[in-house]
Design a protein around this ligand. Sequence first.
Ligand SMILES: Nc1ncnc2c1ncn2[C@@H]1O[C@H](COP(=O)(O)OP(=O)(O)OP(=O)(O)O)[C@@H](O)[C@H]1O
Length: 609
Amino acid sequence: MLKQLKRPFQYKKIPLQLDEKVSLGKKAKSKDMGATLKRIWTFLSYNKSLLFLVLLMVLISSALALLGPFLVGVAIDEYIVTRNSDGFITLLAGLAVIYVFHSLSLWFQNYWMIGIAQETVFTMRTKLFRHLHKLPIPFFDKRQQGELMSRVTNDIENVSSTLNSSVIQVFSSLLTLIGTISVMLWLSPLLTLITLIIVPLMFLGMKWITKRTGKLFKEQQKNLGELNGFIEETISGQRIIKTFSQEKKVIAEFHEKGEKLRRAGFWAQTYSGFIPKLMNVLNNLSFAIIAGIGGIFALNGMISIGVIVIFTEYSRQFTRPLNDLANQFNTLLSAIAGAERVFDIMDEEEEFKNEKDLKELSHIKGEVEFCNVSFSYEEDGNTVRNVNLHVKAGQTAAFVGPTGAGKTTMVNLLSRFYERDTGSILIDGQDISLVKKESLRKNMGFVLQDSFLFRGTVRENIRYGRLEASDEEVEKAAKLANAHSFIMKLPQQYDTVLSQDGSGISQGQKQLLSIARAFLANPGILILDEATSSIDTVTELKIQDALQELMKGRTSFVIAHRLNTIQNADKIFVLEEGCIIEEGTHESLLIHEGFYYQLHGKAAVGAHA
Ligand SMILES: Nc1ncnc2c1ncn2[C@@H]1O[C@H](COP(=O)(O)OP(=O)(O)OP(=O)(O)O)[C@@H](O)[C@H]1O
């Protein structure tokens, strides 16, 4: 297998059948290109005044680019052919001034356009990032992190580089084209029409090429996103990969995804590379037509030598913008592919939309009720079925049951990370679907199994619970969470910088920090997802002790994985396949000798084994 992986770039292995090449892009969804361009334009037009200046410079440079060759023709007909030197120097000086101003206008349009492009991309990226953080959890369930990251970075970068070059190019090419054809028509309509023979040829060629490249560019961006997603996933899952010795499998998968990207990239570049070649051939063809037919016209006295010189110069100016437009079209296609992927995310509905008229949930006592609640992650599933429960303010409730029974889902519904399908959930008698989600979550604190730490100091990580908390409050919370003593042993105590996954501290210490966070947040309802990972006994006792302290006086929901930690709970709900099958205190459930009794028996056997 490794031998196969190590094989170098396999140019010859790429199939050459056209159908297959094009089918690379067949999966890409075709969208309305015009609508995407319009949306890019709305971002561009935030800088209207600067854009106006750029367009003015484009207009000036295009006009000067037309004037130059025209004056050269005049110089030939009026001064060189007639051997007249009066005013020749003035004409040359005029030409020099024209070319200097032409260069200046090019420089300014470029300078301002870079500014516009950078700002546009900054706005777009900020908007996208802000929007991403307003999307609901189910949105993230369906997507790979790296793939999303690729949209915020690569796809937007793609739009940026195109804006930098394309806007000016497209406008200047269009203006030059219109100006050139107008002057050519004015000088010799017949020769112009003959020269324009290449235009339909060009359009046919372009159509053939862009039909293929558009799809391929989309495929390329999609493959790049997938590859990034895979890289992100495998880097964050390094430990698991190493634990299960799956390096070869991961490399093979990477190779496969890389190969797909390479193929799409290869064909996208190959087809787009045809455009300049095609334009070059057509350019030479138009040059030959003008020289040949123009020469015949000149011999017959229909046009002057100066006009032929102007025409040959203009023919270059006329095919160059067409060439530029064609090239820009390719870049534009790639940018549109990127922009579509960005707008796809922007079009996802925000979580807090339509909440304007809803009430804030504040100063709750913590009474919680589930009335006939049902929910399913998938359309045809049944994860939570007709659940009814009542927990009084300040009580501790525990969810127990086999894996996949729906314990986590219950708290997901309470915090509205997911919306119940039917029934209602009440806090202090208020239906939570009628309150603002943000205010609901502000009243809830989470201590999860996998306590996520951000890159930053210990202090910053605890302060995440309440950003405005003072240093004293942070330390007080750490003391309550039994975290203070281990923090003081860290190299820079509260200022010790933790890496993103908190790799410098133990799993148990991470839990203590997340308990400190919850103390600082001081929520009305607490959700505890018990750690299943093995934590040393001393730290575990510290965690249990801190949690008992944290739960005091507030409603708490414990997702219990070990039954010994919830024996003091006021209510234990036993779940099986999304239904509450038993409910009571530890003692009453044991007396009942039902499912809980069996679970408890198994746990006891497990503990003794
Ligand atoms: N985001 C999701 N999308 C689709 N199905 C999901 C999702 N999250 C959970 N499920 C499914 O819903 C069911 C209940 O899952 P849940 O996480 O609530 O179980 P649990 O009792 O907390 O399990 P565990 O003890 O293993 O954590 C399971 O069958 C699970 O596969």
